[in-house]
Write a protein that binds this ligand. Structure first.
Ligand code: SF4
Ligand code: SF4
Length: 258
């Protein structure tokens, strides 16, 4: 099935193939529509988006989640999905937009970085490798397409700093598309809470790891323990813990009984 058919209906007509692998686009304060797109969005945040934003704002993850997000549950699997909450004003503006642009630009979410590219990935039926297809999402209000800067998708992804996001977001995709979640029973309330904390509420995850029997149950060397002060290492541990807890995979090593 083609991405034009599987993408949300609201954007299917806007997806256009790249011409010779390239597209023409630029976004800067000089375009007449500058910041026009930073409003009325259903912007899903990944765990790594939240890590970057809460550190940019220098607040704890719990405070970030309370102040800037709303959560809804995927009906079939009970998976909590976190969205950036738009401001409660007439235009439903993003909480981080100002007349001079994005106030969290250096740590803006991956969805803001990748636009106007849409990426579709699928598993090849025969060799099982992930295949990526790229499209341009051409929205009428976006005048960036009138600019004459040409890009390949690789140039665009590099320019927008998506590399550091991709590693974490790919690990995240592997969890939320895991066959055990796709085909299994919906998450119980306890699984749902653990899922939310391990993926989205990093500072609470740190308290859980350091303050429960976690470190007695699993083997960690000195270096791994020291690295838990770092949010990226902690998120990596959170993903491993979810694989252990939800899918029974040996992503963490249990200590041997003495
Ligand atoms: S609408 Fe397009 S060109 Fe205008 S600010 Fe948004 S991304 Fe940039
Ligand atoms: S986070 Fe920044 S780039 Fe993204 S919608 Fe908000 S203001 Fe715009």
């Amino acid at each position: 099935m083609k991405i034009e058919e599987t993408a949300p209906e609201s954007i299917q007509d806007m997806l256009q193939p790249l011409v010779d692998g390239r597209f023409t686009f630029a976004c800067h304060p000089g375009v007449p529509c500058f910041t026009e797109c930073c409003r009325d969005l259903r912007l899903m945040l990944t765990p790594y988006d939240i890590l970057r934003l809460k550190n940019h704002l220098q607040i704890q993850s719990g405070e970030f989640l309370d102040r800037y997000t709303e959560t809804s549950c995927d009906e079939r699997r009970n998976l909590p999905v976190v969205y950036l909450r738009m401001t409660d004003n007439e235009r439903r503006t993003c909480p981080f937009v100002s007349s001079s642009g994005c106030q969290v630009y250096a740590d803006r979410p991956a969805a803001c970085r990748i636009y106007p590219i849409a990426r579709a990935s699928r598993m090849h039926r025969l060799h099982g490798k992930v295949i990526e297809d790229f499209f341009v999402l051409k929205e009428d209000h976006c005048l960036g397409f009138r600019e004459d800067r040409a890009w390949s998708t690789a140039e665009w992804l590099e320019d927008q700093g998506l590399e550091s996001y991709d590693g974490f977001n790919n690990l995240w995709m592997e969890i939320v598309t895991h066959p055990a979640l796709r085909n299994g029973a919906p998450l119980s309330s306890k699984q749902q809470q653990m899922f939310f904390m391990s993926a989205y509420n990093l500072d609470r995850l740190r308290d859980f790891v350091l303050g429960s029997r976690f470190l007695q149950l699993f083997e960690f060397d000195r270096e791994e323990l020291d690295s838990l002060a770092d949010d990226e290492s902690l998120l990596t541990l959170g993903f491993k813990w979810l694989r252990f807890f939800l899918f029974n995979e040996p992503a963490l090593k249990l200590r041997r009984e003495k």
